[in-house]
Design a protein around this ligand. Structure first.
Ligand SMILES: [Zn+2]
Length: 627
């Protein structure tokens, strides 16, 4: 086994080498040097840029009884100016490595284990090596994999497996260059039990294969964090000319109803910022333990079932994941420090899709709710905290820590601010050109700024100071030139909350047709301290405790915990043990802890943890277990 210092030497030697070839303007794949400055990824061992991979062939068998994936990954080398290939791994058991053909066994070594990055897989290769095949299996603690027993699924009689690779978990199921700056195409053969269907972030079949063998192809280059696999009892339903939904048979009808506007969303997105290039757009409904709202795996968004409310009120999430087909999947953040390029653009784009479909009043509410969430994040993190700048410095940290409203909402408002400064027509033309210019590339914040200067600012100093990009990107808190929005619908909700808090009944005719955003605004404008009678009245009028809407439930349960409103505790406990979406469970556990209810939180968490993905349980461990 190589020591870490040897590995550092290898990386340093490679850096010097690449610096030299960088000076000569050599560019191995022609795509990762936008901005003319090579940026190294602090979250990957495989950042030498002297050996690049261009295609992956993957063959894995899914073993539910042992909870492992077993098989091989073969990397086709794209550019090679060095004699060592370094891949990222985490908890993988590597049994053999072959160069070019299966008779050419080669030695390999693993670097020292890092708690965040895992282990470097170091493979000596030759200048003319074209293929490197790694035979391996995953371990039971593989962080990307969530194995669910039948009782954790809707149907209750078959198991389920799904992956979550973002940000740096792909390395726990595939040895790879696990950096968003490296893109590759892939083919895969996945073998599963004959009664289950396998799906990937690729071209998928819509029918069950009786032999349990599925073949996949992703002909467009993607980064490793978009590698995805789901295996379960799944059914498909078409929702239009080029889109559809997969889910367990028990939920396929309600999922199809909920996502009925998907085709219109794809059309709206394409009309805004250029054609949808990935072929089909499908969504697969995950089991409730899925840690995120959605994951934008190309061609196949993974979505939480918590958006199925039977009234289509939370479908903005689909618009968000669809928007990632441009911002994130087509034009990708080069390293995780530039995460706002993925998420800020996507929240902005999501709301443009929603405005196109549902009108300006909807979009205004979306902005105001987002602004409230941004203010809360700034309050919690501290307005002068350097981590509230858009450009992050995540070296030495888990990039998952940057998944907060700074990247999403501050990023969105920066783009909205530019739109309002230069006018929508000019801004839309810019974005269309941006996606076309950088398609299938990974870019940095600096690349974006260069393009902005070139296409929008064009040397106009007055405009540059109005946009004030530096303040948004490099400074903490919110710049003074923050765009504001008004919404009559939300004003009404706020007024109702104020009336109620003065002791008058809140019930009124108009609340019958309130949108989710209005309910959230109402709940967020109630006083933090409420009496038991007030809470009983609220529940009596509005039936919050029995709501189908997880966004409303999450806000309601926060009031419940703050005020120790016991009648709603059984429902809160049930919510926490059936839903694993981090956005919802994180504030509830945090609040239990800060209000002296840690014992109860630990008791609930003990039961709930087996149903959470590691992305969520890692966060809850940090809240409840570590000090
Ligand atoms: Zn997103």
């Amino acid at each position: 086994m190589n020591s870490f210092s040897n590995l550092k030497y290898l990386i340093c030697a490679a850096l010097v080498f690449f610096f030299l070839i960088g000076c000569l303007k050599s560019n191995p794949n022609g795509k990762i040097e936008q901005g003319k400055k090579t940026i190294l990824d602090p979250h990957s061992f495989a950042q030498t840029n002297s050996v690049l991979v261009k295609h992956l062939k993957l063959a894995l068998e899914v073993n539910f009884s042992e909870q492992i994936l077993k098989g091989w990954a073969e990397w086709i080398i794209g550019a090679n100016t060095n004699d060592t290939l370094i891949l990222d791994t985490r908890d993988l058991k590597i049994s053999a490595v072959f160069l070019d053909n299966d008779s050419n066994l080669t030695p390999f070594s693993l670097g020292q284990k890092d708690s965040i990055l895992g282990e470097a897989l170091i493979i000596p290769i030759h200048k003319n090596t074209q293929k490197v095949k790694i035979v391996y299996q995953t371990s039971v603690q593989a962080a990307a994999l969530q194995w669910l027993n039948p009782s954790q699924t809707k149907g209750k009689h078959l198991p389920f497996l799904y992956t979550q690779s973002q940000a740096i978990l792909a390395r726990s199921w595939i040895p790879c260059m696990d950096s968003p700056g490296i893109k590759f195409t892939y083919d895969a053969e996945i073998k599963v039990p004959a009664n289950l269907m396998a799906l990937m972030s690729a071209e998928n079949d819509t029918a069950l294969h009786s032999n349990g063998v599925y073949h996949f192809s992703m002909p467009y280059p993607i980064p490793s964090y978009l590698m995805a696999l789901a295996v379960g009892n799944l059914q498909y339903k078409s929702l239009g000319k080029n889109c559809g939904v997969y889910s367990e048979p028990e939920t396929i009808k309600e999922a199809a109803y909920e996502f009925a506007d998907m085709e219109k969303m794809v059309d709206a997105a394409s009309s805004l910022y250029g054609p949808y290039v990935w072929g089909k757009y499908d969504v697969v409904v995950m089991p409730p333990s899925f840690p995120f709202g959605g994951m934008e795996n190309p061609r196949l968004t993974f979505a939480t079932p918590t958006i199925i409310t039977h009234d289509r009120s939370l479908v903005a999430l689909i618009a968000h994941e669809l928007a990632h087909s441009w911002s994130g999947n087509l034009v990708t953040n080069k390293i995780w420090d530039d995460f706002w390029l993925n998420e800020g653009f996507t929240v902005y784009f999501e709301n443009r899709i929603m405005e196109n479909l549902y009108g300006k009043e909807y979009a205004d509410m979306h902005e105001i709710i987002g602004y409230g969430e941004l203010k809360k994040a700034l309050h919690d993190m501290g307005e002068t905290n350097p981590n509230t700048a858009l450009k992050q410095n995540l070296k030495g940290m888990d990039p998952d820590n940057a998944v907060n409203d700074i990247a999403y909402e501050k990023g969105r408002f920066f783009l909205l601010h530019i739109e309002k400064t230069v006018g929508r027509a000019k801004w839309d033309a810019f974005l269309k050109e941006y996606f076309a210019h950088y398609q299938f590339q990974s870019i940095s914040t600096e690349d974006f700024l260069v393009f902005l200067n070139e296409k929008i600012i064009c040397g106009n100093q007055e405009l540059a100071s109005k946009i004030n990009a530096k303040a948004w990107i490099h400074e903490a808190g919110l710049p003074a030139n923050f765009p504001t929005t008004n919404s009559k619908l939300l004003d009404e909700a706020k007024q109702t909350a104020l009336t109620f808090s003065k002791g008058e009944p809140a019930i009124s005719e108009s609340t019958i047709n309130w949108h989710t955003f209005q309910w959230l605004h109402f709940l967020r404008n109630l006083p933090k301290k409420l009496t038991a009678t007030q809470l009983t009245n609220l529940d009596h009028y509005f039936h919050f405790t029995t709501s189908n809407n997880s966004e409303i439930l999450c806000d309601w349960f926060q009031l419940v915990i703050q005020n120790n409103y016991k009648p709603a505790y059984p429902a809160m406990e049930k919510f926490l043990t059936t839903v694993g979406r981090r956005k919802f469970i994180q504030p509830l556990y945090t609040l239990m802890k800060t209000t002296g209810q840690t014992e109860l939180a630990l008791k609930i968490y003990k039961n709930a943890k087996p149903g959470y993905h590691q992305v969520s349980s890692h966060t809850i461990d940090q809240i409840l277990v570590s000090e």
